[in-house]
Design a binder for this molecule. Structure first.
Ligand SMILES: [Zn+2]
Length: 464
């Protein structure tokens, strides 16, 4: 209930159960916010104020989707009807990329981010490389596509970190030669990393990388396949200038490692490390096929690792060494990546279940560790260190998961987090609040009234 009509309205909720990394699991938690920040989080409240909104179920920080390519949502299902490999899937992905323009991408990304909001996602890291028009011709505003992503997140009510991606070459041949961009890839490219940096500067971020209260700028090196090592330091320097996150796809495929070794006599992690691209503000996405020395390198530099287990399963990538990377010092985060599904709870449990399948043993990650990856760590990796916790002063972003759905009914209070992480799904998200504002209430999106219709229309427009 709002006690004032302004943007500084004081809001009060009473969570039946609440969990966050620092709070742990607590009952009868009074959550208060003014404007976009929590002002108090008080467990074991016996008498709640009369105007407190009761949140039945388990309330937790909003989920951070740390790795997204919004347009891949248009591929869902279609790519399941055929056989093939990561590389044949990539051809289908390029066909969709080739058809989008700023208007159709705005519609598709708005609907996709609205699906994320319904899944409890309060912040998305958009790994954005579809920059230019046909043949690589820049739009009048060369950041028009990136601005469309920011507008889409705003319309869907979620925070965004636009990870503007440097993408300069078409790949590494098996003999290690860097290949030119061709076909749809031409839309991804900039002349070189200096041109990339000049274009991203023109986004207009402030000295801290902020593009507004709900949007930030970040950088990405697409991969060692797409950026020659000599071009990486410029991207790293840009990220340091703004204190911004720096993400990179890393060792998703064995073929990438092979080509990188042939070209540079070093693993992809070693190439990124030598360019200064790995550190506590960095995220290595996938990190599926690492040497033990790579694991030590990433962990020693406190580099985040973003696991995208449903995509990695969907694309037959493999199972990354999650426990070993966490033990080495890398905070783990989660992403929906190819949007094969959008369900951060499934991503979270698959980290543990992948380890079980690979090791024939149970119990590698606790539910709290997996939930931390989906919340606090994910936000930190996207440049929002004051989100992802239910704590006074933190950004007032949270979601509530039903404990009375067919999947979660019968959950006991003591193991409610285990029930949510190991059995709940995106459809069990009841509420989402971002910056103190309700975005999803009782399972309904309040800003995009019919999310399935918006998705259907946007996807049909791409395939028309
Ligand atoms: Zn990706």
């Amino acid at each position: 209930m709002s006690r004032a009509g302004s943007e500084h309205a004081i809001r009060v909720w009473l969570a039946e159960l609440a969990w966050s990394p620092a709070l742990g699991l607590r009952a009868e938690v009074l959550i208060e916010a003014a404007g976009d920040r929590f002002t108090a989080v008080t467990p074991d409240v016996e008498q709640a104020p009369a105007d407190a909104v009761r949140l039945a179920g388990l309330t937790m920080p909003g989920l951070a989707n740390a790795h997204s390519h919004a347009f891949h949502r248009a591929l869902r299902g279609i790519t399941q009807a055929s056989r093939g490999t990561f590389w044949t899937w990539r051809e289908r992905m390029y066909e969709v990329a080739d058809r989008l323009d700023p208007d159709s991408y705005l519609d598709l990304a708005t609907a996709t981010y609205a699906e994320m909001a319904l899944a409890g996602v309060s912040c998305v890291g958009e790994f954005h490389y579809l920059h230019h028009g046909a043949g690589g011709t820049p739009y009048d505003d060369p950041n028009q596509m990136g601005r469309a992503m920011i507008e889409a997140a705003s319309r869907a009510g979620v925070r965004i970190t636009l990870l503007d991606t440097c993408y300069l070459s078409g790949g590494l041949a098996a003999d290690g030669r860097q290949q030119p961009l061709e076909g749809p890839q031409l839309r991804f490219g900039d002349a070189d990393s200096a041109a990339w940096a000049a274009r991203v500067d023109a986004l207009g971020a402030d000295a801290n990388g902020a593009l507004g209260p709900y949007a930030r700028a970040g950088a990405a090196v697409h991969s060692v396949r797409a950026v020659p090592p000599g071009q990486m330091p410029e991207v790293v320097a840009w990220s340091h200038r703004y204190g911004a996150p720096l993400h990179a796809h890393l060792s998703e495929q064995v073929a990438e490692n092979r080509a990188c070794l042939a070209a540079h006599r070093a693993t992809p992690a070693e190439v990124l490390g030598a360019a200064g691209a790995l550190g506590p503000r960095s995220t290595a996405v996938h990190a599926t096929h690492l040497t033990s020395s790579d694991i030590g390198l990433l962990g020693g530099l406190r580099c985040h690792v973003c696991l995208c287990p449903t995509t990695e399963a969907d694309l037959a990538d493999g199972i990354g060494p999650a426990r070993a990377m966490a033990d080495a010092g890398s905070p783990l985060t989660l992403g929906s990546d190819s949007q094969a599904v959008i369900d951060l709870l499934e991503e979270a449990r698959r980290v543990e279940l992948g380890e079980r399948l690979a090791s024939s043993e149970r119990g590698h990650f606790t539910a709290a560790e997996l939930a931390t990856a989906a919340t606090e760590a994910g936000h930190a990796s996207l440049g929002w260190p004051d989100a992802g916790e239910l704590v006074p002063g933190g950004l007032a972003d949270f979601c509530t998961v039903a404990l009375d759905s067919p999947r979660t009914a019968g959950a006991s209070a003591a193991t409610a987090l285990e029930s949510v992480i190991f059995a709940a799904s995106a459809t069990d998200i009841r509420h989402l609040v971002v910056g103190g504002r309700e975005v999803v209430a009782d399972g309904r999106h309040l800003l995009v009234p019919d999310v399935p219709a918006a998705l259907a229309a946007a996807i049909a427009a791409v395939h028309r």
